[in-house]
Design a binder for this molecule. Structure first.
Ligand code: F6R
Length: 596
């Protein structure tokens, strides 16, 4: 959802800004732009991806600058609306991630005061507000302008003839990278890994001044803030493609290691270092968006089965505005980025309602970690592909651990049950590796069905949300219309859509729903629909009912969602590849959704 970067140092800013910006392209690719300050102000921007900007822009000498890649919210994706945006005098340039909700009123009064607007964006009002307030110190001007804006934002501002960047945030991510004789700013640490691994996270309503040899942070009342730098353990290699054609494929193939790292050490220490010492809960609510919401839906089955605690799951944007009546004392917020605006809002709301909150997040130091009582990191490493893959699998790993802990606290798990669960968890990376070893087979099947415009995904019980996630991956990156259904619901309406033109992917593992699932598969094949089953190895019956079968290792059904989702991720990936889609950058989507 827009990426911003900044550089102040001794080197030429332009190539460094561009390099950092490319690593943020997953956040939006409607337009891009760059401004270099110092001697005067040079600004260049263009509609389209960063590569378009790069191919057109002139050399812009100077050692201080800011840059932006946009995911359009307010104002069409045009060159005029691209960032940086400047003021009437063309001496200030601003990049913004977020939304200024009161921009209409501000724009009206700025226009009355004689300001001339060149774009349709909300962001431009901030350029003119800073212009009006700028009497000398840029930090003062930005602070005064901030008092007038409402909404969510990370802003970075440069001004002609000044070798400083002033930046601030509210509910949108902003991190400062510390170098030797140079300092950086970015929406996400992955943009900075090539240059530094020492970072300082800026917090809501702080204003930071960055120059080549200093970083000074002011709190909301103007007080000086001292904050220790954090060391990031992710390497640059983690954030690069490493020979894979797409980040998504690389991240799918990283899953055995990611799951292993996610579980590492925790299975052993859960007994001595539980997540909830002495707490027991009568109910749990899981709150999340998108893929993380699907992980939450799987989590409901896991928590109810392992901990015997009734669990409900709600989409963050719905939870925030729902009545408080049926609350749960434990609210689990799942967000890989840790920056999703709706989930952050939900976390605040959950705390306000007096609940205990746990965040399941991938990005260390992200905003969610400041909004919850306890954080479980998924340790998946950076995920750059817009479609979430390894973060989903590791969210499930975290949910197994959480459920086990809740089960222990609730005294419903016997020592033997615990041993058996931990044994299964340790085997998960191998079950995933088995799926990856069959990538060529999944590719061949995806090619076979790549002409379909509609595709249905069905499952029962714990595999129903896995079907939803398979459908989401498919529509998101291959643009095939994918719909997920609980298999038992087909006859209540969706069967009307089923035809020989619409393949059905059926998750049919041998659990207590298997026989019913075979019935639902027959309902589809009777209407001419080709059926592709995802089934356990050794299931000899399934082939009689379906056209094609993809096999996963037979494991206890509660753990089956992990290898099965890997099948569906590969399915979506190869469909998208067959159709020539821009896999890592699907249209209209951004990875981190920092607007509500
Ligand atoms: C889909 C996808 C999104 C995210 C959603 C929540 O592949 O990635 O649906 O899952 O935007 O993001 P996080 O988990 O960062 O809160």
């Amino acid at each position: 959802m827009c990426g911003i970067v900044g550089y102040a140092g001794r080197r030429e800013a332009q190539p460094i800004l561009l390099d950092c910006l490319k690593r943020l392209e997953y956040r939006g690719y409607d337009s891009a732009g760059i401004a270099v300050a110092g001697k005067g102000l040079q600004l260049f921007k263009s509609k389209g991806e960063i590569a378009v900007l790069e191919s057109k822009m002139p050399r812009m000498p100077g050692t201080v600058g800011i840059a932006h890649t946009r995911w359009a919210t307010q104002g069409k994706p045009t060159t005029e609306n691209a960032h940086p945006l400047d003021d009437c005098s063309h001496r200030l340039a601003i990049v913004h991630n977020g939304i200024i909700s009161n921009f209409m009123g501000l724009k009206e009064s700025l226009v009355k005061d004689g300001h001339r607007f060149a774009s349709e964006t909300d962001t431009e009002v901030f350029a003119h507000l800073v212009e009006s307030e700028l009497k000398g110190d840029l930090v003062d001007a930005v602070s005064k302008a901030l008092r007038q804006v409402e909404g969510t934002y990370a802003f970075a501002v440069v001004a002609a003839d000044r070798s400083e960047i002033v930046a601030t945030r509210r509910e949108s991510p902003l991190v400062v990278g510390l170098g030797e004789g140079e300092n950086f700013l970015a929406s996400d640490v992955t943009a900075l890994l090539k240059y530094t691994n020492r970072v300082v996270y800026i917090q809501d309503d702080e204003v930071v001044r960055v120059t080549m040899d200093s970083v000074s942070i002011r709190g909301p009342s103007g007080e000086l803030v001292e904050r220790e730098a954090q060391k990031i353990t992710w390497s640059l290699e983690d954030a690069e493609k490493g020979g894979y054609p797409h980040f998504m494929l690389k991240e799918i193939f990283e899953q055995p290691d990611a799951i292993h790292d996610s579980l590492l050490g925790r299975i052993e220490t859960l007994e001595t270092e539980p997540f909830f010492q002495g707490d027991s809960f009568t109910s749990v609510k899981v709150v999340a968006c998108g893929t993380s919401y699907h992980a939450g839906l799987v989590g409901k089955y896991i928590i109810e089965e392992l901990a015997k605690i009734p669990t409900t799951v709600q989409i963050s944007s719905e939870y925030r505005y729902s009545p408080v009546a049926r609350e749960s004392p434990l609210v689990v917020l799942i967000t890989q980025s840790g920056e999703t605006a709706d989930t952050l809002g939900a976390a605040r709301e959950a705390r306000k309602r007096g609940n205990k909150t746990v965040g399941i997040a991938n990005v260390v130091g992200s905003a969610i970690t400041r909004e919850v009582d306890h954080v479980i990191y998924t340790r998946a490493g950076p995920e750059i592909g817009v479609a979430a893959t390894k973060t989903f699998a590791t969210q499930l790993a975290a949910l197994y651990l959480l459920a086990m802990d809740l089960g222990v606290q609730n005294r419903v798990l016997t020592a033997q049950a615990k041993r058996s669960i931990t044994g299964s968890l340790r085997n998960l990376p191998r079950a995933v590796q088995d799926v990856l070893n069959q990538a060529h087979l999944i590719e061949a099947l995806a090619n076979k069905y790549s002409g379909a415009k509609d595709m249905f995904f069905i499952g029962r019980g714990i595999n129903y949300p896995v079907a939803l996630e398979g459908a989401l991956k498919t529509k998101e990156i291959s643009y095939v219309h994918g719909e997920g259904f609980p298999a038992g619901e087909l006859k209540h309406g969706p069967l009307a859509l089923i035809s020989k033109e619409s393949p059905v992917v059926a998750i049919a593992v041998k659990d207590h729903t298997y026989e019913r699932m075979l019935g639902n598969i027959s309902e589809c094949s009777a209407r001419g629909s080709p059926v592709i089953a995802v089934a356990f190895e050794g299931d000899t019956e399934i082939a009689k009912y379906v056209d094609d079968t993809i096999r996963v290792r037979e494991i206890p059904p509660i753990f089956a969602p992990v290898p099965i989702i890997v099948v569906l991720q590969l399915w979506a990936y190869y469909l998208a590849k067959a159709k020539g889609c821009p896999i890592d950058k699907p249209r209209n989507i951004a990875k981190t959704v920092t607007v509500e």
